[in-house]
Design a protein around this ligand. Structure first.
Ligand code: FUL
Length: 632
Protein backbone atom coordinates (compact mmCIF):
# COMPACT_ATOMS: atom_id res chain seq x y z
CA UNK A 1 0.00 0.00 0.00
CA UNK A 2 2.74 2.39 1.05
CA UNK A 3 4.34 2.00 -2.35
CA UNK A 4 1.21 2.68 -4.30
CA UNK A 5 0.81 6.01 -2.54
CA UNK A 6 4.45 6.83 -3.02
CA UNK A 7 4.40 6.40 -6.77
CA UNK A 8 0.90 7.48 -7.56
CA UNK A 9 -0.62 10.73 -6.63
CA UNK A 10 -3.33 10.73 -9.26
CA UNK A 11 -6.31 8.51 -9.71
CA UNK A 12 -5.02 7.69 -13.16
CA UNK A 13 -1.76 6.43 -11.80
CA UNK A 14 -3.44 4.27 -9.15
CA UNK A 15 -5.63 2.61 -11.73
CA UNK A 16 -2.62 1.82 -13.96
CA UNK A 17 -0.76 0.21 -11.06
CA UNK A 18 -3.87 -1.67 -10.04
CA UNK A 19 -4.29 -2.99 -13.55
CA UNK A 20 -0.72 -4.25 -13.58
CA UNK A 21 -1.05 -5.65 -10.09
CA UNK A 22 -4.14 -7.48 -11.23
CA UNK A 23 -2.09 -8.95 -14.02
CA UNK A 24 -0.03 -10.92 -11.53
CA UNK A 25 -2.49 -13.63 -10.73
CA UNK A 26 -2.19 -16.39 -8.17
CA UNK A 27 -1.53 -19.94 -9.34
CA UNK A 28 -4.76 -21.95 -9.54
CA UNK A 29 -3.78 -23.64 -6.28
CA UNK A 30 -2.38 -21.23 -3.73
CA UNK A 31 -2.49 -20.45 -0.01
CA UNK A 32 -5.48 -18.73 1.56
CA UNK A 33 -4.76 -15.89 3.98
CA UNK A 34 -5.78 -18.14 6.83
CA UNK A 35 -3.37 -20.95 5.80
CA UNK A 36 -0.62 -18.36 5.39
CA UNK A 37 -1.29 -17.19 8.94
CA UNK A 38 -1.29 -20.78 10.17
CA UNK A 39 2.03 -21.53 8.52
CA UNK A 40 3.56 -18.32 9.81
CA UNK A 41 3.26 -19.73 13.36
CA UNK A 42 6.01 -22.20 12.39
CA UNK A 43 6.15 -23.97 15.77
CA UNK A 44 3.36 -26.06 17.24
CA UNK A 45 3.58 -28.28 20.31
CA UNK A 46 2.10 -31.71 20.98
CA UNK A 47 1.32 -33.00 24.46
CA UNK A 48 1.00 -36.78 24.69
CA UNK A 49 -0.40 -37.26 28.16
CA UNK A 50 -2.96 -39.92 28.96
CA UNK A 51 -3.32 -43.47 30.29
CA UNK A 52 -0.04 -44.57 28.64
CA UNK A 53 1.81 -42.15 30.88
CA UNK A 54 0.82 -44.36 33.82
CA UNK A 55 1.25 -47.77 32.19
CA UNK A 56 4.60 -46.94 30.57
CA UNK A 57 3.26 -47.85 27.16
CA UNK A 58 3.07 -46.25 23.73
CA UNK A 59 -0.21 -47.88 22.76
CA UNK A 60 -2.56 -49.04 25.52
CA UNK A 61 -4.63 -52.13 24.79
CA UNK A 62 -7.85 -50.53 26.01
CA UNK A 63 -8.35 -52.66 29.13
CA UNK A 64 -6.56 -50.29 31.52
CA UNK A 65 -8.47 -49.51 34.68
CA UNK A 66 -9.57 -45.89 35.11
CA UNK A 67 -8.08 -46.04 38.60
CA UNK A 68 -4.59 -46.18 37.07
CA UNK A 69 -4.84 -42.60 35.88
CA UNK A 70 -3.75 -40.33 38.72
CA UNK A 71 -1.43 -37.40 38.07
CA UNK A 72 -0.60 -36.31 41.59
CA UNK A 73 0.81 -32.85 40.90
CA UNK A 74 -0.67 -32.02 37.52
CA UNK A 75 0.10 -28.44 36.56
CA UNK A 76 -1.10 -27.66 33.07
CA UNK A 77 0.10 -24.08 33.37
CA UNK A 78 3.65 -25.40 33.76
CA UNK A 79 3.33 -27.05 30.31
CA UNK A 80 1.93 -23.94 28.72
CA UNK A 81 4.56 -21.64 30.21
CA UNK A 82 7.37 -23.95 29.10
CA UNK A 83 5.87 -24.20 25.61
CA UNK A 84 5.64 -20.46 25.38
CA UNK A 85 9.23 -20.03 26.55
CA UNK A 86 10.18 -22.47 23.79
CA UNK A 87 8.49 -20.37 21.11
CA UNK A 88 5.54 -22.71 20.48
CA UNK A 89 2.43 -20.86 19.33
CA UNK A 90 -0.12 -23.63 19.65
CA UNK A 91 -0.42 -26.81 21.75
CA UNK A 92 -2.32 -29.97 20.88
CA UNK A 93 -3.41 -32.30 23.69
CA UNK A 94 -4.23 -36.02 23.32
CA UNK A 95 -7.78 -35.81 24.67
CA UNK A 96 -8.13 -39.50 23.80
CA UNK A 97 -5.42 -41.83 22.50
CA UNK A 98 -5.88 -45.27 20.95
CA UNK A 99 -6.67 -46.90 24.32
CA UNK A 100 -9.87 -44.86 24.49
CA UNK A 101 -9.37 -43.17 27.88
CA UNK A 102 -10.79 -39.63 27.87
CA UNK A 103 -9.15 -36.71 29.64
CA UNK A 104 -12.53 -35.01 29.93
CA UNK A 105 -15.68 -36.35 31.64
CA UNK A 106 -17.45 -37.34 28.43
CA UNK A 107 -21.13 -37.98 28.92
CA UNK A 108 -21.07 -40.69 26.25
CA UNK A 109 -19.06 -43.30 28.15
CA UNK A 110 -17.46 -44.39 31.40
CA UNK A 111 -13.83 -44.74 30.36
CA UNK A 112 -12.70 -41.29 31.42
CA UNK A 113 -11.29 -39.10 34.16
CA UNK A 114 -14.66 -39.13 35.83
CA UNK A 115 -13.96 -42.65 37.07
CA UNK A 116 -10.36 -41.97 38.00
CA UNK A 117 -8.89 -40.87 41.34
CA UNK A 118 -7.85 -37.60 39.73
CA UNK A 119 -9.68 -34.88 41.70
CA UNK A 120 -11.97 -37.65 42.92
CA UNK A 121 -13.49 -37.95 39.50
CA UNK A 122 -14.33 -34.26 39.33
CA UNK A 123 -11.43 -33.29 37.08
CA UNK A 124 -11.52 -32.17 33.47
CA UNK A 125 -8.06 -31.95 31.95
CA UNK A 126 -9.28 -30.67 28.59
CA UNK A 127 -10.81 -27.72 30.43
CA UNK A 128 -7.69 -27.09 32.47
CA UNK A 129 -5.66 -27.27 29.28
CA UNK A 130 -7.77 -24.97 27.13
CA UNK A 131 -8.07 -22.44 30.00
CA UNK A 132 -4.32 -22.42 30.58
CA UNK A 133 -3.58 -22.01 26.86
CA UNK A 134 -5.88 -19.02 26.65
CA UNK A 135 -4.44 -17.50 29.81
CA UNK A 136 -0.93 -17.49 28.30
CA UNK A 137 -1.84 -16.67 24.71
CA UNK A 138 -1.25 -20.13 23.26
CA UNK A 139 -3.75 -21.57 20.79
CA UNK A 140 -5.31 -24.82 22.06
CA UNK A 141 -5.74 -27.79 19.73
CA UNK A 142 -7.04 -31.30 20.38
CA UNK A 143 -6.17 -34.84 19.29
CA UNK A 144 -9.04 -37.32 19.34
CA UNK A 145 -7.92 -40.77 18.23
CA UNK A 146 -10.33 -42.28 15.71
CA UNK A 147 -9.11 -45.75 16.71
CA UNK A 148 -10.49 -46.78 20.10
CA UNK A 149 -9.26 -50.08 21.53
CA UNK A 150 -11.55 -49.80 24.52
CA UNK A 151 -14.90 -49.30 22.84
CA UNK A 152 -17.06 -52.43 22.51
CA UNK A 153 -18.58 -51.23 19.25
CA UNK A 154 -15.40 -50.20 17.48
CA UNK A 155 -15.75 -51.23 13.85
CA UNK A 156 -19.53 -50.68 13.71
CA UNK A 157 -21.72 -47.67 12.87
CA UNK A 158 -22.52 -47.32 16.56
CA UNK A 159 -18.94 -46.40 17.32
CA UNK A 160 -18.99 -43.72 14.62
CA UNK A 161 -21.96 -42.11 16.36
CA UNK A 162 -20.04 -42.24 19.63
CA UNK A 163 -16.99 -40.70 17.96
CA UNK A 164 -19.01 -37.89 16.41
CA UNK A 165 -20.69 -37.20 19.75
CA UNK A 166 -17.35 -37.01 21.50
CA UNK A 167 -15.99 -34.68 18.87
CA UNK A 168 -19.02 -32.40 19.14
CA UNK A 169 -18.57 -32.35 22.92
CA UNK A 170 -14.98 -31.19 22.52
CA UNK A 171 -15.94 -28.64 19.89
CA UNK A 172 -18.72 -27.07 21.92
CA UNK A 173 -17.64 -27.00 25.53
CA UNK A 174 -14.11 -25.65 25.49
CA UNK A 175 -14.10 -22.31 23.66
CA UNK A 176 -12.20 -21.73 20.44
CA UNK A 177 -10.16 -24.72 19.28
CA UNK A 178 -7.52 -24.00 16.66
CA UNK A 179 -6.55 -27.44 15.44
CA UNK A 180 -8.08 -30.89 15.36
CA UNK A 181 -5.66 -33.76 14.84
CA UNK A 182 -6.85 -37.01 13.24
CA UNK A 183 -4.36 -39.82 13.63
CA UNK A 184 -4.13 -42.35 10.84
CA UNK A 185 -3.43 -45.33 13.11
CA UNK A 186 -6.46 -47.53 12.74
CA UNK A 187 -7.76 -50.93 13.61
CA UNK A 188 -5.91 -53.93 14.94
CA UNK A 189 -6.27 -55.92 18.10
CA UNK A 190 -7.64 -54.50 21.30
CA UNK A 191 -9.83 -54.99 24.32
CA UNK A 192 -13.04 -53.80 22.62
CA UNK A 193 -15.26 -54.06 25.66
CA UNK A 194 -13.86 -57.48 26.59
CA UNK A 195 -13.91 -59.13 23.15
CA UNK A 196 -10.09 -59.05 23.05
CA UNK A 197 -9.83 -59.57 19.34
CA UNK A 198 -8.51 -58.12 16.15
CA UNK A 199 -10.77 -55.71 14.29
CA UNK A 200 -9.97 -54.32 10.91
CA UNK A 201 -11.81 -51.45 9.35
CA UNK A 202 -11.74 -50.21 5.79
CA UNK A 203 -9.93 -46.93 6.17
CA UNK A 204 -11.40 -45.71 2.88
CA UNK A 205 -15.00 -46.04 4.01
CA UNK A 206 -15.33 -46.48 7.78
CA UNK A 207 -14.96 -42.91 8.98
CA UNK A 208 -17.27 -40.30 7.37
CA UNK A 209 -14.53 -37.72 7.03
CA UNK A 210 -16.44 -35.30 4.80
CA UNK A 211 -19.26 -35.11 7.32
CA UNK A 212 -16.88 -34.87 10.28
CA UNK A 213 -14.93 -32.07 8.63
CA UNK A 214 -18.02 -30.08 7.84
CA UNK A 215 -19.15 -30.37 11.46
CA UNK A 216 -15.81 -28.93 12.52
CA UNK A 217 -16.13 -26.08 10.04
CA UNK A 218 -19.56 -25.32 11.47
CA UNK A 219 -18.76 -25.59 15.16
CA UNK A 220 -15.20 -24.25 15.08
CA UNK A 221 -14.59 -22.18 11.96
CA UNK A 222 -11.10 -21.19 13.18
CA UNK A 223 -9.95 -24.79 13.61
CA UNK A 224 -7.47 -26.21 11.12
CA UNK A 225 -7.94 -29.88 10.40
CA UNK A 226 -4.99 -32.27 10.30
CA UNK A 227 -4.99 -35.76 8.83
CA UNK A 228 -2.98 -37.74 6.28
CA UNK A 229 -5.18 -36.12 3.65
CA UNK A 230 -5.83 -32.68 5.16
CA UNK A 231 -8.08 -30.83 4.40
CA UNK A 232 -5.82 -28.10 5.86
CA UNK A 233 -2.67 -29.79 7.15
CA UNK A 234 -1.17 -33.14 6.23
CA UNK A 235 1.23 -35.63 7.79
CA UNK A 236 4.79 -35.44 6.52
CA UNK A 237 5.12 -39.19 6.03
CA UNK A 238 7.44 -39.94 8.97
CA UNK A 239 7.57 -39.31 12.70
CA UNK A 240 11.10 -37.92 12.64
CA UNK A 241 10.10 -34.30 12.05
CA UNK A 242 11.65 -34.10 8.58
CA UNK A 243 10.11 -32.75 5.35
CA UNK A 244 11.53 -33.66 1.94
CA UNK A 245 14.34 -31.49 0.52
CA UNK A 246 11.83 -30.75 -2.20
CA UNK A 247 8.54 -29.92 -0.61
CA UNK A 248 5.36 -28.67 -2.26
CA UNK A 249 2.42 -27.43 -0.23
CA UNK A 250 0.19 -28.98 -2.86
CA UNK A 251 -1.03 -32.57 -3.03
CA UNK A 252 -3.95 -34.41 -4.58
CA UNK A 253 -5.99 -35.07 -1.48
CA UNK A 254 -8.18 -37.54 -3.37
CA UNK A 255 -5.11 -39.74 -3.79
CA UNK A 256 -4.56 -40.02 -0.04
CA UNK A 257 -6.51 -42.07 2.50
CA UNK A 258 -6.52 -41.27 6.21
CA UNK A 259 -4.62 -44.23 7.66
CA UNK A 260 -3.76 -45.60 4.21
CA UNK A 261 -0.50 -47.50 3.80
CA UNK A 262 2.43 -46.66 1.57
CA UNK A 263 1.73 -42.97 1.05
CA UNK A 264 4.57 -41.64 3.21
CA UNK A 265 6.91 -40.87 0.31
CA UNK A 266 4.21 -38.90 -1.53
CA UNK A 267 3.37 -36.89 1.57
CA UNK A 268 7.03 -36.23 2.30
CA UNK A 269 7.57 -34.35 -0.96
CA UNK A 270 4.13 -33.06 -1.78
CA UNK A 271 3.06 -32.91 -5.40
CA UNK A 272 4.09 -30.16 -7.84
CA UNK A 273 0.84 -30.85 -9.72
CA UNK A 274 -1.37 -31.25 -6.66
CA UNK A 275 -4.87 -29.82 -6.80
CA UNK A 276 -5.14 -28.95 -3.10
CA UNK A 277 -3.16 -26.53 -0.98
CA UNK A 278 -2.48 -28.53 2.18
CA UNK A 279 0.37 -27.53 4.45
CA UNK A 280 2.83 -30.19 5.64
CA UNK A 281 3.37 -30.73 9.35
CA UNK A 282 6.47 -32.48 10.72
CA UNK A 283 5.65 -34.33 13.93
CA UNK A 284 8.36 -35.63 16.21
CA UNK A 285 8.82 -36.20 19.92
CA UNK A 286 11.49 -34.55 22.04
CA UNK A 287 12.05 -38.06 23.43
CA UNK A 288 12.17 -41.38 21.55
CA UNK A 289 8.58 -42.22 22.52
CA UNK A 290 5.45 -40.12 22.22
CA UNK A 291 4.52 -40.77 25.84
CA UNK A 292 6.68 -40.27 28.92
CA UNK A 293 8.95 -43.13 29.99
CA UNK A 294 11.39 -42.56 32.84
CA UNK A 295 13.83 -44.86 31.04
CA UNK A 296 14.12 -42.22 28.32
CA UNK A 297 15.16 -39.40 30.63
CA UNK A 298 18.70 -39.61 29.27
CA UNK A 299 17.54 -39.37 25.69
CA UNK A 300 15.83 -36.01 25.50
CA UNK A 301 16.78 -34.35 22.22
CA UNK A 302 19.43 -31.69 22.66
CA UNK A 303 18.79 -28.06 21.67
CA UNK A 304 21.17 -28.60 18.73
CA UNK A 305 19.11 -31.58 17.55
CA UNK A 306 15.91 -29.55 17.80
CA UNK A 307 17.46 -26.68 15.85
CA UNK A 308 18.53 -29.16 13.17
CA UNK A 309 14.90 -30.33 12.93
CA UNK A 310 13.71 -26.72 12.66
CA UNK A 311 15.84 -26.36 9.52
CA UNK A 312 14.46 -29.66 8.17
CA UNK A 313 10.82 -28.72 8.80
CA UNK A 314 10.14 -24.97 8.90
CA UNK A 315 13.23 -24.40 6.76
CA UNK A 316 11.75 -26.70 4.10
CA UNK A 317 8.36 -25.04 3.92
CA UNK A 318 6.54 -27.04 6.59
CA UNK A 319 5.33 -26.71 10.19
CA UNK A 320 7.33 -28.16 13.11
CA UNK A 321 5.12 -30.10 15.54
CA UNK A 322 7.18 -30.97 18.60
CA UNK A 323 5.87 -33.32 21.27
CA UNK A 324 6.78 -32.85 24.93
CA UNK A 325 5.26 -35.62 27.08
CA UNK A 326 4.47 -34.79 30.72
CA UNK A 327 5.58 -37.30 33.37
CA UNK A 328 3.42 -39.19 35.86
CA UNK A 329 3.22 -36.22 38.16
CA UNK A 330 1.67 -34.35 35.28
CA UNK A 331 4.67 -32.09 34.65
CA UNK A 332 7.18 -31.54 31.86
CA UNK A 333 10.56 -32.87 33.01
CA UNK A 334 13.20 -30.24 33.61
CA UNK A 335 15.50 -31.63 30.87
CA UNK A 336 12.72 -31.20 28.30
CA UNK A 337 11.94 -27.68 29.49
CA UNK A 338 15.60 -26.68 29.38
CA UNK A 339 16.16 -28.13 25.93
CA UNK A 340 13.12 -26.35 24.55
CA UNK A 341 14.15 -23.03 26.03
CA UNK A 342 17.69 -23.26 24.70
CA UNK A 343 16.31 -24.26 21.27
CA UNK A 344 14.35 -21.00 21.14
CA UNK A 345 17.27 -18.99 22.37
CA UNK A 346 19.56 -20.40 19.65
CA UNK A 347 17.01 -19.57 16.97
CA UNK A 348 16.48 -16.08 18.39
CA UNK A 349 20.19 -15.43 18.40
CA UNK A 350 20.67 -16.72 14.86
CA UNK A 351 17.84 -14.77 13.32
CA UNK A 352 18.11 -11.57 15.39
CA UNK A 353 20.12 -9.65 12.81
CA UNK A 354 19.38 -9.89 9.10
CA UNK A 355 22.44 -8.48 7.36
CA UNK A 356 20.35 -7.99 4.24
CA UNK A 357 17.66 -5.83 5.86
CA UNK A 358 17.01 -2.89 3.54
CA UNK A 359 20.07 -3.79 1.47
CA UNK A 360 20.32 -2.67 -2.13
CA UNK A 361 18.94 -5.20 -4.65
CA UNK A 362 19.17 -5.33 -8.43
CA UNK A 363 17.25 -7.83 -10.51
CA UNK A 364 17.44 -9.36 -13.98
CA UNK A 365 13.95 -8.11 -14.73
CA UNK A 366 11.00 -6.45 -12.98
CA UNK A 367 7.48 -7.18 -14.00
CA UNK A 368 6.18 -4.38 -16.22
CA UNK A 369 9.00 -2.22 -14.83
CA UNK A 370 6.46 -1.61 -12.16
CA UNK A 371 7.68 -0.29 -8.80
CA UNK A 372 4.99 -2.39 -7.12
CA UNK A 373 7.05 -5.46 -8.06
CA UNK A 374 10.43 -3.90 -7.46
CA UNK A 375 13.42 -5.90 -6.31
CA UNK A 376 13.48 -3.57 -3.29
CA UNK A 377 10.56 -5.57 -1.91
CA UNK A 378 12.90 -8.51 -1.40
CA UNK A 379 14.79 -6.83 1.42
CA UNK A 380 12.12 -4.52 2.86
CA UNK A 381 11.36 -6.87 5.79
CA UNK A 382 7.74 -7.00 4.72
CA UNK A 383 6.75 -10.46 3.58
CA UNK A 384 3.60 -9.14 1.91
CA UNK A 385 5.39 -7.11 -0.75
CA UNK A 386 7.35 -9.06 -3.34
CA UNK A 387 9.48 -8.88 -6.44
CA UNK A 388 8.42 -10.66 -9.60
CA UNK A 389 9.29 -10.72 -13.29
CA UNK A 390 7.56 -10.55 -16.64
CA UNK A 391 5.86 -13.66 -17.95
CA UNK A 392 7.94 -15.65 -20.39
CA UNK A 393 11.33 -15.12 -18.72
CA UNK A 394 13.47 -18.27 -18.98
CA UNK A 395 15.45 -17.57 -15.82
CA UNK A 396 15.48 -14.82 -13.23
CA UNK A 397 18.04 -13.55 -10.77
CA UNK A 398 18.69 -10.86 -8.21
CA UNK A 399 21.76 -9.58 -6.47
CA UNK A 400 21.85 -8.19 -2.96
CA UNK A 401 24.58 -5.85 -1.88
CA UNK A 402 25.14 -5.68 1.87
CA UNK A 403 26.22 -2.29 3.27
CA UNK A 404 29.43 -3.98 4.46
CA UNK A 405 31.05 -7.40 4.13
CA UNK A 406 29.78 -9.83 6.77
CA UNK A 407 30.50 -13.35 7.86
CA UNK A 408 27.40 -15.51 7.38
CA UNK A 409 26.33 -19.17 7.04
CA UNK A 410 22.54 -19.07 6.74
CA UNK A 411 20.24 -17.76 4.01
CA UNK A 412 16.47 -17.46 4.15
CA UNK A 413 14.15 -17.14 1.15
CA UNK A 414 10.38 -16.74 0.96
CA UNK A 415 7.82 -16.90 -1.82
CA UNK A 416 4.54 -14.96 -1.52
CA UNK A 417 2.47 -18.14 -1.18
CA UNK A 418 -0.83 -16.29 -1.58
CA UNK A 419 0.23 -16.56 -5.25
CA UNK A 420 1.10 -20.23 -4.98
CA UNK A 421 4.38 -22.06 -4.98
CA UNK A 422 6.30 -21.43 -8.19
CA UNK A 423 10.02 -22.01 -7.88
CA UNK A 424 11.52 -25.49 -8.27
CA UNK A 425 15.24 -24.90 -8.80
CA UNK A 426 17.58 -22.16 -7.66
CA UNK A 427 21.11 -21.50 -6.56
CA UNK A 428 22.65 -19.06 -4.09
CA UNK A 429 26.10 -17.61 -4.73
CA UNK A 430 28.34 -15.15 -2.89
CA UNK A 431 31.15 -12.99 -4.20
CA UNK A 432 34.17 -14.26 -2.30
CA UNK A 433 37.82 -13.51 -3.11
CA UNK A 434 36.87 -11.80 -6.37
CA UNK A 435 34.76 -14.62 -7.73
CA UNK A 436 31.27 -16.01 -7.44
CA UNK A 437 31.12 -19.07 -5.23
CA UNK A 438 28.07 -21.36 -5.02
CA UNK A 439 26.84 -21.57 -1.44
CA UNK A 440 23.85 -23.84 -1.98
CA UNK A 441 21.56 -25.23 -4.67
CA UNK A 442 18.04 -26.26 -3.87
CA UNK A 443 14.62 -26.91 -5.37
CA UNK A 444 11.50 -25.60 -3.65
CA UNK A 445 11.10 -22.50 -1.46
CA UNK A 446 7.44 -22.01 -0.46
CA UNK A 447 6.67 -20.12 2.71
CA UNK A 448 10.25 -20.36 3.95
CA UNK A 449 13.46 -21.99 2.81
CA UNK A 450 16.49 -21.97 5.06
CA UNK A 451 19.88 -22.91 3.67
CA UNK A 452 22.92 -23.86 5.72
CA UNK A 453 26.51 -23.76 4.44
CA UNK A 454 30.02 -23.16 5.74
CA UNK A 455 30.54 -19.56 6.78
CA UNK A 456 31.80 -17.12 4.15
CA UNK A 457 32.69 -13.44 4.27
CA UNK A 458 31.12 -11.38 1.51
CA UNK A 459 29.06 -8.31 0.74
CA UNK A 460 27.38 -9.60 -2.43
CA UNK A 461 24.91 -12.42 -2.75
CA UNK A 462 23.23 -13.59 -5.93
CA UNK A 463 20.19 -15.81 -6.27
CA UNK A 464 19.81 -17.51 -9.64
CA UNK A 465 16.35 -18.97 -10.25
CA UNK A 466 16.34 -21.58 -13.00
CA UNK A 467 13.06 -23.48 -12.91
CA UNK A 468 9.52 -22.36 -12.10
CA UNK A 469 5.96 -23.16 -13.08
CA UNK A 470 4.92 -19.52 -13.41
CA UNK A 471 6.68 -16.15 -13.16
CA UNK A 472 8.79 -16.53 -10.00
CA UNK A 473 8.32 -14.16 -7.08
CA UNK A 474 10.31 -13.57 -3.88
CA UNK A 475 8.92 -11.79 -0.84
CA UNK A 476 11.56 -12.32 1.82
CA UNK A 477 15.30 -12.71 2.01
CA UNK A 478 17.63 -12.99 4.98
CA UNK A 479 21.35 -13.42 5.58
CA UNK A 480 22.46 -14.58 9.03
CA UNK A 481 25.28 -15.94 11.12
CA UNK A 482 24.29 -18.95 13.20
CA UNK A 483 24.72 -19.04 16.95
CA UNK A 484 27.88 -20.83 18.08
CA UNK A 485 25.70 -22.90 20.42
CA UNK A 486 23.96 -24.51 17.47
CA UNK A 487 26.88 -26.72 16.61
CA UNK A 488 27.24 -28.03 20.14
CA UNK A 489 27.66 -31.74 19.59
CA UNK A 490 24.53 -33.82 19.77
CA UNK A 491 24.61 -36.33 22.63
CA UNK A 492 25.97 -39.64 21.46
CA UNK A 493 23.21 -42.12 20.77
CA UNK A 494 25.64 -44.99 21.08
CA UNK A 495 24.93 -45.77 24.69
CA UNK A 496 21.86 -47.39 26.10
CA UNK A 497 22.02 -46.17 29.68
CA UNK A 498 22.03 -48.78 32.37
CA UNK A 499 21.98 -51.90 30.21
CA UNK A 500 23.54 -55.20 31.28
CA UNK A 501 27.18 -55.92 30.40
CA UNK A 502 27.26 -58.26 27.40
CA UNK A 503 30.73 -59.72 28.02
CA UNK A 504 30.71 -63.51 27.70
CA UNK A 505 27.27 -63.71 26.04
CA UNK A 506 26.77 -66.36 23.35
CA UNK A 507 24.06 -65.98 20.76
CA UNK A 508 22.47 -68.50 18.42
CA UNK A 509 19.50 -68.12 16.08
CA UNK A 510 17.26 -70.46 14.08
CA UNK A 511 18.41 -68.92 10.78
CA UNK A 512 22.15 -68.43 10.77
CA UNK A 513 24.75 -67.89 13.42
CA UNK A 514 27.17 -66.46 10.98
CA UNK A 515 27.09 -62.82 11.92
CA UNK A 516 24.57 -63.02 14.74
CA UNK A 517 27.17 -61.65 17.17
CA UNK A 518 26.36 -58.27 15.57
CA UNK A 519 23.08 -58.35 17.46
CA UNK A 520 24.87 -58.03 20.79
CA UNK A 521 28.06 -56.15 19.85
CA UNK A 522 27.01 -52.81 21.35
CA UNK A 523 27.12 -51.12 17.94
CA UNK A 524 23.94 -49.12 17.41
CA UNK A 525 24.51 -48.63 13.69
CA UNK A 526 25.22 -52.00 12.05
CA UNK A 527 22.15 -53.80 10.76
CA UNK A 528 22.00 -57.60 11.04
CA UNK A 529 19.47 -59.08 8.61
CA UNK A 530 18.63 -62.63 7.51
CA UNK A 531 15.94 -64.19 5.37
CA UNK A 532 13.46 -66.33 7.25
CA UNK A 533 10.94 -69.00 6.35
CA UNK A 534 9.72 -69.82 9.86
CA UNK A 535 9.06 -67.54 12.81
CA UNK A 536 12.43 -66.21 13.89
CA UNK A 537 13.92 -66.86 17.31
CA UNK A 538 17.27 -66.30 18.93
CA UNK A 539 18.74 -67.60 22.17
CA UNK A 540 21.37 -65.94 24.31
CA UNK A 541 23.46 -67.74 26.90
CA UNK A 542 24.35 -65.07 29.46
CA UNK A 543 27.20 -67.15 30.89
CA UNK A 544 25.85 -66.98 34.45
CA UNK A 545 22.60 -66.44 36.33
CA UNK A 546 21.33 -62.87 36.02
CA UNK A 547 18.29 -60.90 37.10
CA UNK A 548 16.46 -59.68 34.04
CA UNK A 549 14.05 -56.77 34.51
CA UNK A 550 13.60 -55.74 30.90
CA UNK A 551 15.01 -55.77 27.39
CA UNK A 552 15.49 -53.51 24.41
CA UNK A 553 15.36 -53.95 20.66
CA UNK A 554 16.88 -51.45 18.26
CA UNK A 555 15.16 -51.65 14.85
CA UNK A 556 16.49 -50.22 11.63
CA UNK A 557 15.25 -46.73 10.88
CA UNK A 558 15.95 -46.58 7.15
CA UNK A 559 13.21 -48.95 6.03
CA UNK A 560 10.94 -51.56 7.50
CA UNK A 561 12.58 -54.59 5.99
CA UNK A 562 12.50 -57.26 8.67
CA UNK A 563 11.42 -55.07 11.57
CA UNK A 564 9.94 -57.12 14.42
CA UNK A 565 6.45 -55.94 15.30
CA UNK A 566 5.32 -58.53 17.86
CA UNK A 567 7.51 -60.52 20.20
CA UNK A 568 7.66 -63.06 23.04
CA UNK A 569 10.53 -63.10 25.51
CA UNK A 570 11.42 -66.16 27.54
CA UNK A 571 13.91 -66.58 30.38
CA UNK A 572 15.22 -69.97 31.49
CA UNK A 573 17.74 -71.27 34.00
CA UNK A 574 18.85 -74.29 31.92
CA UNK A 575 18.20 -73.31 28.30
CA UNK A 576 15.83 -76.31 27.96
CA UNK A 577 12.70 -75.46 29.89
CA UNK A 578 11.31 -72.13 28.82
CA UNK A 579 7.79 -72.12 30.26
CA UNK A 580 5.50 -69.17 29.55
CA UNK A 581 6.88 -65.94 28.07
CA UNK A 582 7.92 -63.41 30.69
CA UNK A 583 6.79 -60.71 28.30
CA UNK A 584 4.70 -60.83 25.15
CA UNK A 585 3.34 -58.00 23.07
CA UNK A 586 3.87 -55.54 20.29
CA UNK A 587 6.38 -52.81 19.69
CA UNK A 588 3.65 -50.21 19.44
CA UNK A 589 3.83 -47.79 16.52
CA UNK A 590 7.18 -49.20 15.37
CA UNK A 591 6.24 -48.78 11.69
CA UNK A 592 6.00 -45.02 12.00
CA UNK A 593 8.38 -44.50 14.87
CA UNK A 594 11.20 -47.07 14.53
CA UNK A 595 13.16 -46.04 17.60
CA UNK A 596 14.79 -48.13 20.31
CA UNK A 597 12.07 -50.18 21.99
CA UNK A 598 12.41 -50.65 25.70
CA UNK A 599 10.19 -53.22 27.39
CA UNK A 600 10.03 -53.61 31.14
CA UNK A 601 8.96 -56.98 32.60
CA UNK A 602 6.09 -57.01 35.07
CA UNK A 603 8.56 -58.32 37.64
CA UNK A 604 12.29 -59.15 37.47
CA UNK A 605 13.13 -62.79 36.62
CA UNK A 606 16.31 -64.81 37.29
CA UNK A 607 17.84 -66.95 34.58
CA UNK A 608 20.92 -67.81 32.55
CA UNK A 609 19.26 -68.05 29.13
CA UNK A 610 17.05 -65.62 27.24
CA UNK A 611 15.04 -66.32 24.11
CA UNK A 612 13.38 -63.76 21.83
CA UNK A 613 10.74 -64.96 19.37
CA UNK A 614 9.51 -62.69 16.56
CA UNK A 615 5.78 -63.42 16.55
CA UNK A 616 5.18 -60.97 13.71
CA UNK A 617 7.38 -59.12 11.26
CA UNK A 618 6.14 -55.80 9.85
CA UNK A 619 4.43 -56.16 6.47
CA UNK A 620 4.79 -59.96 6.84
CA UNK A 621 8.28 -59.60 5.37
CA UNK A 622 10.29 -62.78 4.88
CA UNK A 623 13.30 -61.47 6.72
CA UNK A 624 14.27 -60.26 10.16
CA UNK A 625 16.51 -57.34 11.04
CA UNK A 626 18.03 -56.31 14.36
CA UNK A 627 20.52 -53.56 15.02
CA UNK A 628 20.98 -54.38 18.69
CA UNK A 629 19.40 -56.36 21.50
CA UNK A 630 20.16 -56.00 25.18
CA UNK A 631 18.87 -56.55 28.69
CA UNK A 632 18.37 -54.58 31.86
C1 FUL B 1 0.84 -42.07 15.70
C2 FUL B 1 0.28 -42.72 16.94
O1 FUL B 1 0.06 -44.10 16.76
C3 FUL B 1 1.29 -42.43 18.01
O2 FUL B 1 0.99 -43.07 19.22
C4 FUL B 1 1.34 -40.91 18.21
O3 FUL B 1 0.12 -40.45 18.72
C5 FUL B 1 1.68 -40.24 16.89
C6 FUL B 1 1.62 -38.75 16.95
O4 FUL B 1 0.82 -40.67 15.86
O5 FUL B 1 0.27 -42.45 14.55
Amino acid sequence: MKKIFFICFTTFCISVVDAQKMSFVPNPVSASKSMLDYQSMELVGFVHFNMNTFTDKEWGYGDESETTFNPANLDVEQWVKAAKAGGLKELILTAKHHDGFCLWPTKYGEHSVKNSPYKNGKGDIVKEFTDACRKYGIKPGLYLSPWDRNHAKYGTAEYITYYKNQLAELLTNYGTIYEIWFDGANGGDGYYGGAREKRTIDSKTYYPWAEINSTIRKLQPAAKIFSDAGPDIHWIGNENGIAGETFWSTINAAQVTVGGAGQGAYLNKGDANGKNWIVGQCDVSIRPGWFFHATENERVKTPAQLVDLYYKSVGRNAIFLLNIPPNRDGLFEKEDVASLKEFKSILDETFAVNFAANAKVTASNTRGNDAAYSAKNITDNNSQSFWTVDDGQKTASFEVELPAAKQFDRIMLQEPILYGQRISKFEVQAFVNKEWKTLASATTIGNKRLLRFDAVVSNKIRVQIDEFNNAPAISGFGVYKSSAREIAKAKSNKSVPGDMDKTGWKISTNVSNDKAAMIIDGDLFNIWRENITNPFFMTIDLGKQKTVSGFYYVPRTDKHLGTIEKYSLYVSTDGQNWGEPVSKGEFANIANNPVLQMIRLNKPVNGKFVKLVADKILDEAKSVSIIEFGLF
